[in-house]
Design a protein around this ligand. Sequence first.
Ligand code: TYC
Length: 118
Amino acid sequence: MSDTPRQPPAPPVVKPGREDVDGTTTLERVPQKTEPPRLYQVLLLNDDFTPMEFVVMVLQEFFRHDLDTATQIMLKIHHEGRGVCGVFTKDVAATKVELVLAAARRAGHPLQCIMEAA
Ligand code: TYC
């Protein structure tokens, strides 16, 4: 997936601190502003073959939704074609997608799971 390249981490910015008793000065680190990490939605896509119970199980096991919420999300996907399972940092979202796809393939279901920048 395409991604805006980020700057490499900048070296620490320092400024001279107060003069020490021995006449030397120790450099002090200037706190840097960091951007919050970009977030990614993990989505499930509808298909005609994956059993509803399996999708509910995925939403409970991999996204920690309770039975009611998992059932509501599954039905939304069933009716609207896609639905958000959760929002995560990039690595966590990618791992969730891989785990869900692996579980679906292991169980013989064509369930599709994708991630999108939130
Ligand atoms: N449409 C499926 C069925 O009727 C259920 C389903 C829901 C499948 C959500 C995938 O992401 C999905 N068995």
